[in-house]
Write a protein that binds this ligand. Sequence first.
Ligand SMILES: [Fe+2]
Ligand SMILES: [Fe+2]
Length: 373
Amino acid sequence: MSEHRDSRAELRQTPSGEEPDRVLYVDPDATQLVTFQRTMRDEPVNCRAVTTGREGLRLLDEAPHAVLLVDLVLPDMSGMEFLARASRLRPEAVRVLVLDRLDGETVCDAVNKVGVFRILQKPWDGSQLRNAVRRAVVQHRLLTDNHLMAIRLQEVNEKLHVLNRELDATVAERTSQLLLSLCNALDLRDTDTQWHSRRVALYTRRLATELGVAGEELRDIERGALLHDIGKIGVSDTILLKPGKLTEDEWTAMRRHSLFGAQILAGIPFLLRARQLVAQHHERWDGSGYNGGLRGTQICIGARIFAVIDTFDAITSDRPYRKALGHAHAVAEIRKGSGTQFDPAVVAAFERVRAEEWEEIRRHSADPEVAPD
Ligand SMILES: [Fe+2]
Ligand SMILES: [Fe+2]
């Protein structure tokens, strides 16, 4: 009795303004259908009753239904076939099978194959029928609410995903700006190399493009080039700015700057590939560089490209002890190092870029409005 009252109470909660739930009963016995309509007269649902499967399917096709009650034996198809077809038309409708006789095999098929929610045995009385329909309507609402909630959850998840991506991009952008400022500060400290970091970043980008590098890898290589000497922050002024020759110990300290640089960038996930270039930017193709003594393709492509560019920039920039040398001089020097200091494929690509284009990038890099990515 209490189960009866509870389900009725839940049924009364149909949101106002919404159409009552539709309930369809398919049974070949017209008297049975009349009893059904009479029994359900006071229920807050919209009841329809038909005697054939075809008519039932037509009604289902016209409008969604919350509950289907179907007799096992119909004149034009079996109740099971009707339910299978109905579940394709209206998968959300809750299905009740009406049986004259409880037979285990039929019940199993009804539950397992056509997803029947409840079995109603004939002859049913008014309270059994109402109870079965109320339970089925409540089940339908639960399923519909669950479905709506799953859709909303998915929408919220998608929004969160977009927000996360935007947040990641903002963090990456701000961190890059911070690192760019740090590099500018470093370039100013080491006055001989003012604009060096910006310039080599743009040169490196051009040479990497010539070698077919693109997309995120290109951006990472450019960032690595920009940050290549960030580890000089850990080298003392007395060594970094010493006008004369460095002692052996001072050289050892100076060489550590590529390791310091890699340490500084270690905690920044989006700079992992850039960090590889920073760690390896003084390696040489023949294995005689520092700090890992890597050789050939053990050295990442970014560091192999950067090695050529760093030399190119050193030769074509003013130094305290000499004026800048021309492009042809730089090409000759770089060619000499092909296969020993430099990757021959990178040297070949470098030579393919015209002198005027390098000059254009040099002028561009001294423009404070231009910032590498
Ligand atoms: Fe360096
Ligand atoms: Fe450098």
